[in-house]
Design a protein around this ligand. Structure first.
Ligand SMILES: Cc1ncc(C[n+]2csc(CCOP(=O)(O)OP(=O)(O)O)c2C)c(N)n1
Length: 655
């Protein structure tokens, strides 16, 4: 860590300090008061307090403004979390100043979605040009939805998966035994089991880690006090032996007093700050909507009320970019498969009697019901739905336990990125012959301004059992019609079933006559691949949201006289021997996917061909590098858009 910090210092020294230019950023960040605070004094003077209050107002205005540029561009983001924690960040910044020997001066944050804090502080520290803030979450701006070390000037750590930072900071504390460290936390991140482990280690080792927890009783899908009734962050931490200092996060004197008390107390201390989400923002205070990016409308009202007219004008001038490419071979009807999963499940469950549903099915959410389609089931059949916390491992296992008996089904859903967290639980569920239908939305990289830590790349890890094990099937339907058909076939099958979808919408795939490929009497057959287009010069093999892009490439190649075909492989992990032979005997095979190039379909498809003696020209293109932020821009960035696919096919045919 020491080396890591000296690398940063070196970078800061070698980079010319950029002067904060106020010409473009419409809020005068030059007004920020660089005060120092001495932790040996536990009371703020009137001057210190008024400087802090001014800084808090300035930074809250700035956060509302520049996160709202994300709303205006359609790239989303988060306003409430970073807005809430401004008072504690301002105090820490003043404590860090002039106390290098006492602190590791990093605003480690468990809740990586509060990345606006990091960008703002990088700007105030002179590492990031101020006007860059107005490109928050924009593609190629290097300001992605979560902090990425080495990617954004001034950002000093990577974060974004809740409950992953405190355990890490414990280690940083071990590496810096003479210093005090801070870890910004939240009532959401504290729900992860990892934090319970981190608490025990910090207490046992008396690590000098100070947790500064924003307990605003808001996460994405609801209020923890409602859906996790009986749980208290403070009591949980006390139970682990952590000293807890609870109070009102908006009471500056008390907040300061508790922070310095924590500093002056040896060992781990949690400073728990109660406040409503988005205090003082009309229309958002106390609301779960405050978790997301503020709407442009509310931001304009807030900024106007605070006299930030120039910011208002700038916000009004932003136009959202649009993708205007026309994809050949697919319809102009687009839909979000993550919601289609919910609709199709509701339709299927509607065929059961209420008693049967209650007896046979349980759906367990992990605070993402609105994002991954489970909300549809919640709304239709609340009696079988459990709103649970941000506890993917435990929730998956609960779903698996419910599905232990033949004929019963656990249903589980979250983002694909967090499938990586559940691998061990998946193994144990398999060894217990569990029946679980999992929906992992936000797979791959499409529309992922959240960027690299939220990419759903390692989904093939779900198929981690032995060949003689209980059934595990992985499905990635290519369009809404196929999603519905897939669920009709597999919904009540025994074993573990993983269904993937993307954050983005997908168009309906068409046949050569322009009809819905998966419409009419189409029936989904588990384990069967499908010829989308025939070809004589070889095949592109693809699935999910990459299929319509590959189809566009194939159609365009055909127009150029290159006759390649397209195969859809909706059951990702099961070999369709007939199709493999057909493809294997052709001159060329290119696997196209948004999964990790190291662990995706392409990483095994070549072995499957070779094992059977097939030796076509072979390549696989997939996600292979850190994301670029933004939305659809992620595909060309990884070279898996139609242009990238066409270029690779031509390359292969040449070689
Ligand atoms: C391991 C993990 N699970 C789920 C998510 C998705 N997620 C992002 S923020 C969030 C809710 C966070 O609530 P909290 O940390 O209290 O933040 P606040 O709403 O106060 O901003 C969830 C579920 C995630 N980032 N990481």
């Amino acid at each position: 860590m020491a080396e890591c910090f000296s690398r940063f210092k070196a970078r800061l020294l070698t980079q010319p300090k950029r002067k904060i230019t106020m010409s473009k950023f419409p809020i005068d960040l030059g007004a920020y008061q660089r005060i120092s605070l001495d932790p040996s004094s536990n009371k703020l003077t009137a001057e210190q307090k008024s400087a802090l209050q001014a800084n808090i107002q300035l930074c809250r205005d700035a956060i509302v403004f520049f996160t709202a540029t994300g709303a205006a561009r359609g790239v989303g983001g988060h306003t409430g979390g970073p807005f809430d924690t401004v008072p504690e960040v301002m105090i820490l910044d003043a404590l860090f100043r002039g106390n290098d020997d006492k602190f590791v001066p990093v605003f480690f944050d468990e809740a990586g979605h509060r990345v606006a804090t990091q960008y703002l502080m990088s700007t105030l520290n002179g590492d990031l040009p101020t006007e860059k803030l107005m490109h928050y979450r924009e593609a190629h701006s290097h300001l992605p939805g979560h902090p990425e070390l080495g990617f954004t000037p001034g950002v000093k750590f990577s974060s974004g998966r809740l409950g992953h930072m405190w355990p890490y900071v414990n280690g940083v504390a071990m590496a810096n035994p003479s210093k005090t460290l801070f870890c910004l936390g939240s009532d959401g991140s504290q729900q992860e089991g990892n934090d319970a482990e981190a608490a025990r280690l910090a207490v046992a080792q008396q690590l000098n880690v100070k947790l500064i927890i924003d307990d605003n009783d808001v996460t994405i899908a609801g209020h923890p006090s409602h859906y996790l009734g009986g749980c208290s962050t403070a009591k949980t931490l006390e139970g682990h032996g952590v000293k807890v200092l609870e109070g009102d996060g908006e009471d500056l004197d008390d907040l300061y007093h508790r922070i310095v008390t924590a500093i002056n107390t040896q060992g781990p201390v949690a400073v728990i700050n109660h406040r409503p989400m988005c205090p003082g923002i009309k229309g958002l205070e106390g609301s779960t909507h405050g978790h997301d990016v503020i709407s442009v409308k509310l931001a304009l009202e807030y900024l106007e009320a605070n006299g930030q007219q120039a910011a208002v004008e700038h916000l009004k001038s932003i136009k959202a970019p649009k993708q205007d490419y026309t994809f050949l071979g697919s319809s102009d009807k687009w839909d979000a498969n993550r919601n289609v999963f919910g609709d199709a499940s509701v339709a299927i469950l509607g065929r059961l009697s209420e008693t049967e549903r209650l007896d046979k099915v349980r759906v367990i959410d992990s605070d993402l019901e609105g994002s991954c389609g489970l909300k549809k089931i919640h709304d239709a059949y609340p009696e079988i739905f459990i709103s649970s916390g941000i506890m993917e491992r435990g929730n998956f296992s609960a779903a698996a336990g419910f599905g232990m008996e033949a004929g019963k089904q656990g249903i589980f859903g979250t983002f694909s990125a967090f499938l990586e967290m559940c691998i061990s639980e998946i193994t144990m569920a398999r060894l217990n012959n569990s029946n679980v239908l999992c929906h992992f939305s936000h797979s791959g990289i499409d529309d992922m301004a959240d960027n690299t830590c939220h990419f759903g790349l390692n989904n093939m890890f779900a198929d981690n059992g032995l060949s003689d094990g209980y059934d595990t099937n992985l499905y990635f339907p290519a369009d809404p019609n196929q999603m519905k058909a897939c669920l009709e076939t597999i919904f009540f099958n025994p074993g573990l079933r993983f269904v993937f979808s993307t954050r983005s919408k997908v168009p309906a795939i068409l046949d050569s006559d322009g009809n819905d490929f998966f419409g009419g009497n189409y029936k989904f057959v588990s384990g069967k691949d499908e010829v989308i287009r025939e070809g004589t010069q070889g095949y592109v093999v693809s699935f999910g949201e990459s299929l319509y892009r590959a189809l566009d490439a194939v159609e365009r190649l055909k127009k150029e006289g290159i006759d390649v075909g397209l195969i859809n492989k909706p059951t990702l992990n099961v070999i369709d021997e007939d199709m493999l032979a057909k493809v294997g005997k052709s001159p060329m095979v290119l696997v196209v996917e948004s999964f990790n190039r190291k662990t995706g379909l392409g990483s095994r498809y070549g072995s499957w061909l070779l094992e059977r003696g097939f030796t076509p020209k072979f390549a696989h293109i997939a996600t292979h590098k850190e994301g670029c932020g933004g939305l659809w821009e992620q595909f060309p960035h990884q070279g898996i858009d139609p242009a990238g696919i066409m270029a690779k096919v031509k390359d292969l045919l040449k070689g």
